[in-house]
Structure formats: C-alpha cells, structure tokens
Design a protein around this ligand. Sequence first.
Ligand code: OGA
Ligand code: MN
Length: 221
Amino acid sequence: MSHQELADTGRGAAGGASAVPELGCGVAHSIAGQGWCVTPGFLASAEVEALAAEARVLDAEGGFRPAGVGRGQGLALRPEVRGDRIAWIDPNTTGPALRDYLARLEGLRESLNRDLYLGLFDFEGHLALYSPGGFYRRHLDQFRGAERRILSCILYLNVGWEPGDGGELRLYTDPAEPGRCEAIAPLGGTLVTFLSARFEHEVLSARRERLSLTGWFRRRA
Ligand code: OGA
Ligand code: MN
C-alpha cells in the first residue's frame, strides 16, 4: 500500500477534510492498527515555510549543535552513526510558527490519549538539519535513558522535495521481518508518527540540506 493510500485510509470514513479532530482520529486509527502513520499535509505549505524560516534564523544565530548518540554520561558524538545538527525546542523561546505547531501537537496528544489511552504526558523535540550527505543509521528512539518516549513524531520542513533528492526515512515496519521497510520522502508538511519502542528506522543521505522537527510524546516520569 502506498503512503498516499495509507494517508487516505488514515483520514477515516468521514472523508478527507483537514479538520484537526479528524486528523487526530486518522493518526489514532493507524497507530492502533499498524503502529505507525504517515500524514501528508499535516501542515500547509505557508506554515511549513514559516517554521523553516524560524529554524534558519536560529541556525544563523548559532542555535544548532552536532547531535550526539545516547543520553547523559553515555552521550557521544558519533558521526559514523548520525551526522545532523540539532536545536532542542524550548517552548519559552520559540517563534510564532513553532508555537502554533506545538499547539497543534498538543491537540494531537489530547486526541491520542482520548482515543487510545496512551498516557502521553508531554513532548520533547528538536529541529534537525542534515547537510547534503548526512545520515542517521538504523536505530530505535526508545533506549536506556529515554524509556519515557512512547510516540515519535517527525515533521518535515523541506518545501519542493523531489524524488531524486534522496533523504528518505526508512521505517522498518515489521520487527519479525527485519528487511521490510517503507521509504518516506521528507516532503514539507508531512508528519510521520510511530511507536518509539517498536520500529527501527534510519535516515538516508540526501543531495540537499534536509530540515525536520523531530520529537517524542512521553509518558510521565
Ligand atoms: C531521529 C530520527 C528521522 C527523520 O531524529 O531520531 O530518526 O526522518 N529522525 O528525520
Ligand atoms: Mn529516530
């Protein structure tokens, strides 16, 4: 099944309108069923462009740092594993576009808790910039030190991404069949959600800079 078909089925029988409650239902439906969901057009392109512009200002101000692997004492720079630069989101210092997006996520969090009883308590996230050629090797988002992560939420901020640009997210959709995967293009406005403990995934290298906002709904500590 293609991503578009999945997204269409994900919108549910009520049919296609982009009202927020319905999107929440679509995500909940897919998460309850297969454990992951791709939602093209979660944000409109004007919102994507505004968010990307805020990210670029932050980058110009030196707000991004090379991303590490692991947590706490175990945190280490490992460019052979991951080559992006990240800026953790501080809800108190965000610009208006980021604030609006965090509000959208809050609505999604509430609807997922209502529909699936996931007990999602809060959100932590970062902007991530991959230079051309950058990648992130196959990994799980839930690991020692990050057990609170329940649902991974990745929003892409790349307007006009073309198939030849690369940079796909490879989501390994069947833990029983390690080679089976979906390739998802990081096209601006697409939201990818999946259960953090269940699905390994990787970021393939791209021919152009690749920007995303990646985060996790977490359970209470
Ligand atoms: C991550 C990650 C995927 C992507 O930051 O943990 O897997 O498509 N990102 O950017
Ligand atoms: Mn990841």
